[in-house]
Design a protein around this ligand. Structure first.
Ligand SMILES: Cc1cc2nc3c(=O)[nH]c(=O)nc-3n(C[C@H](O)[C@H](O)[C@H](O)COP(=O)(O)O)c2cc1C
Length: 217
């Protein structure tokens, strides 16, 4: 598969088949995560692959109420969601949340907090650098999954239930849960192209706001 097609079509998958992921495929996908950059090459990430039905059910039962709370806030505009297809997005995400336990594999991404060195703590805003050594690996994993023909979803809502997830999966301190990734073959086709802002609106030349591509599509 063409690399750029992988990028353009690795959307957040909501509808999965229950077929298991072959071990060799799963291994390649997990291996892809290792090659991502991390600050100081400290390699903070660990991955717990959850396939046990009872554990997946327990994760679903933790996730669903958190999702529904988010959904309620999105419904009254308290949380902004972008795009023209918001009802469809929320409906698909609601189905996904309700069926979280049926996804063949849920990968719990854990980050070893002493290996995280945020460089923006002194600024007068919320820090954003905390995740910078964690999520490149997550994206590597998701892109490899797409390349292998697997759908994937990056979720972070369940991180709010970190103590319960850590207790269930014996995740020790000082690890944090950074994401829960759903992985599996899809029961609906991949998107032909994701919906994103045009290059003209997000790339600037020499100073913020001055377009590099004023006439591009
Ligand atoms: C940091 C992050 C956290 C996310 N958390 C969730 C989540 O908890 N639950 C969920 O259903 N989707 C989650 N998503 C998926 C986004 O809703 C999705 O990427 C977005 O709607 C765009 O859809 P697309 O990736 O298919 O283009 C998350 C995505 C990111 C990048």
């Amino acid at each position: 598969m063409d690399f750029y097609d992988v990028l353009r079509t690795a959307g957040t998958a909501r509808y999965y088949k229950e077929d298991p992921i072959p071990d060799d495929v799963l291994t390649r996908v997990l291996d892809a995560a290792r090659w991502a950059p991390q600050g100081g090459n400290r390699q903070p990430n660990r991955y717990v692959v959850v396939r046990d039905p009872a554990k997946k059910q327990a994760l679903r039962d933790l996730y669903f109420p958190v999702w529904r709370e988010y959904l309620a806030k999105a419904g009254v505009g308290e949380i902004a969601i972008k795009g023209n297809l918001i009802p469809k997005l929320l409906q698909d995400a609601d189905y996904f949340a309700d069926n979280f336990h049926k996804v063949p594999a849920i990968v719990v991404v854990c980050a070893h907090m002493p290996d995280i060195h945020p460089t923006d703590l002194e600024l007068e805003r919320d820090p954003i650098v905390y995740g910078a050594s964690v999520y490149p690996a997550v994206q590597n994993l998701l892109l490899a999954a797409r390349y292998e023909g697997l759908g994937g979803s990056l979720t972070t809502l369940l991180c709010a239930e970190e103590p319960a997830v850590k207790a269930m999966l014996n995740i020790p301190d000082p690890y944090a849960t950074a994401a829960h990734l759903a992985l599996g073959y899809l029961s609906k086709p991949f998107p032909s192209k994701l919906t994103r802002m045009p290059l003209t609106e997000v790339v600037f030349s020499e100073e913020f706001g001055a377009p590099l591509y004023p006439h591009a599509e």
